[in-house]
Ligand binder design. Structure first.
Ligand code: FES
Ligand code: FES
Length: 161
């Protein structure tokens, strides 16, 4: 397909690319911007490894064509830590043993991040629903659920502060 200029916001900064609009947002993030924190898994919207925020909503970036991000804001896992400080979700995942091979972790954290922004005091079943599109082959989900619940008050405090 003919290339197009796409102008958007990536992790709070203006971004511009000249690209085939059918190329996936996942490829844009990894190949054009070198942000490899977002993982390439199934490529079919089934595993959630490629989850990023598009206009604040968690999406499977492998399913979003670049043409759709024109004028939008995109947030990746790289935007969560600030310098040396890791995000409360990243801290809780490490502390609760929710990271094993780590492949699902960035996508899982981005889904949890989007969810906790609009649900600061979640119940466990709500957390399970929020991450139901993210597959983890290692942990059995219990530690992930515990990490998200543990991070919720900390993230709420940060959002209010
Ligand atoms: S790589 Fe996008 S959902 Fe699996
Ligand atoms: S930690 Fe290995 S897939 Fe989740």
């Amino acid at each position: 397909m003919k290339k197009q200029v796409i102008i958007f916001q990536l992790n709070g900064e203006p971004a511009e690319i000249h690209i085939d609009p059918a190329k996936s947002l996942l490829k844009v993030i990894r190949e054009e911007f070198g942000l490899y924190g977002t993982k390439a898994g199934c490529g079919k919207g089934e595993c959630g490894a490629c989850t990023v925020l598009l206009e604040g909503q968690a999406v499977n970036s492998c399913l979003i064509p670049a043409g759709k991000i024109n004028g939008c804001s995109v947030e990746t896992i790289e935007n969560l830590s600030r310098g040396e400080d890791i995000h409360p979700l990243q801290k809780a995942f490490a502390e609760k043993g929710a990271v094993q091979c780590g492949f699902c972790t960035p996508g899982m954290i981005m889904s949890a991040y989007a969810f906790l922004k609009s649900n600061p005091r979640p119940q466990p079943p709500e957390v399970r629903t929020a991450i139901s599109g993210n597959l983890c082959r290692c942990t059995g989900y219990k530690q992930i659920e515990a990490a998200i619940l543990a991070a919720a008050p900390e993230m709420d405090k940060e959002n209010k502060g």
